[in-house]
Design a protein around this ligand. Structure first.
Ligand SMILES: Cc1cc2nc3c(=O)[nH]c(=O)nc-3n(C[C@H](O)[C@H](O)[C@H](O)COP(=O)(O)O)c2cc1C
Length: 388
């Protein structure tokens, strides 16, 4: 027998996605997910939502935030708030940036073009995936300004060089080398969702390579190279003038090694719980990385950020910017470009309220004095949604 509160909660859960038909009605990114889930085909939703193994890291990414508490200061003039940032020459009106997510075309026909237009409308920074469904040249045009390019190095170095040089010609100002998937992963939640989809995958997925590989013979070419070691940073720098960030750093010693080998920026990430099942939230990795980097390079972070308060905590702990993956794809899947814009608006508003409420009107003013490591607490979320 359900209590009246449980019955009410269940009813809200069941009808949430169906009732919201206009982006402006959506009040947070969790609601946006509910709308998107109604619209994205099950197999693609599985690809989007999956973690690895038992999705423990995916959940740890959310639970990790409860360990850190915000310490607000009062009676500070916060009448002129400013969320703008500049990381490695990338200027943006918000510290929240668009992470590389593969195959936007599987979520909405507007694909990466719609996301780039939303990023342009709100002046948010964007990094484009190697696995983009849309050619990089078109994305740069839609963004109307420089983007960063995310690189999965292939197992053929001359192809990696060709991609880097194409991205640089297209106008990318930095490359983010993703290093957390050297040899595949175990995506069980994705497999479970695929069983619910009665379409035949091969009807659409005909083995065609993504646009970044146009003109390259992809026979026998893999998107990861298990033999890579730290000297890859120097090899990349020999063939491009783009700045180099290393995406997928989870421990301090690797952050140091990346910098010692020439990296310009550190990208803390566990790939949204989609790489190694580490059971540790991305935000929990940040303190040891900030300490190891010791101001030698900018640090950016992603994985599990769903609230303005999450973003605020990372900025206070030493990150220069915070990436979102699934949340903007929920917006894309739900309403195309308008949904992405709504997600950015919602998170910006939450962050702004947190900044003003904490006595920190600018991103630079948010520092370690505004956050406390309180150890683990039991996570509590309305309807349990905030947990994922
Ligand atoms: C569906 C999906 C596809 C992704 N594709 C890529 C990719 O092509 N390259 C990459 O470096 N990271 C990829 N990521 C990881 C994101 O860049 C980012 O690290 C992660 O989504 C952040 O976590 P969040 O989804 O919890 O916000 C992908 C993530 C998702 C959810």
């Amino acid at each position: 027998m359900l209590t009246s509160y449980e019955a009410f909660s269940q009813e809200i859960e069941e009808t949430l996605g169906q009732q919201l038909t206009d982006p402006s009605e959506v009040i947070n990114v969790f609601e946006m997910e509910a709308v998107a889930r109604e619209k994205i085909p099950p197999a693609h939703y599985g690809y989007l939502s999956t973690g690895v193994d038992g999705d423990i890291t995916l959940r740890a990414n959310r639970a990790g935030f409860t360990r850190f508490q915000i310490k607000p200061r009062r009676l500070v003039d916060v009448s002129q708030p400013d969320l703008s940032i500049n990381v490695l020459g990338a200027q943006a009106d918000s510290p929240i940036f668009i992470c590389p997510v593969g195959s936007h075309g599987g979520f909405n026909a507007e694909a990466e073009s719609g996301v780039a237009r939303a990023a342009a409308a709100k002046n948010h920074h964007m990094t484009l995936s190697t696995q983009s469904s849309t050619p990089i040249e078109r994305v740069v045009e839609e963004r109307g300004g420089p983007i960063w390019f995310q690189l999965y190095p292939t197992n053929r170095w001359e192809y990696t060089v060709a991609m880097l040089q194409r991205a640089e010609r297209a106008g990318a100002t930095a490359v983010a080398l993703t290093i957390d998937l050297p040899a595949g992963r175990n995506v069980e939640t994705q497999s479970i969702f695929m069983r619910q989809d009665n379409r035949t995958c091969s009807d659409c997925h005909r083995g065609q390579a993504k646009p970044i590989f146009d003109g390259l013979d992809m026979q026998g070419v893999g998107l990861n190279d298990p033999s890579l070691t730290w000297d890859v940073i120097g090899r990349i720098k020999e063939v491009t003038d783009m700045k180099v960030l290393i995406k997928g750093i989870e421990v301090g010693i690797d952050a140091s090694l990346a910098i010692e080998n020439g990296a310009d920026g550190i990208w803390v990430s566990n790939h949204g719980g989609r790489a190694t099942e580490v059971d540790r939230g991305s935000i929990e990795c940040l303190p040891e990385i900030v300490s190891a980097v010791n101001s030698r390079a900018p640090i950016i972070i992603d994985s599990g950020f769903r609230r303005g308060t999450d973003i605020y905590k990372a900025l206070a702990m030493g990150a220069s910017a915070v990436g979102i993956g699934r949340p903007y794809i929920w917006g894309l899947g739900a309403f195309g470009q308008a949904g992405v814009e709504r997600v950015l608006d919602l998170l910006n508003r939450e962050l702004l309220i947190t900044m003003q409420g904490s006595g920190t009107p600018t991103v630079d003013s948010i520092g370690p004095d505004y956050v406390l490591d309180a150890g683990y607490r039991v996570p509590r979320g309305r309807l349990g949604r905030d947990l994922y």
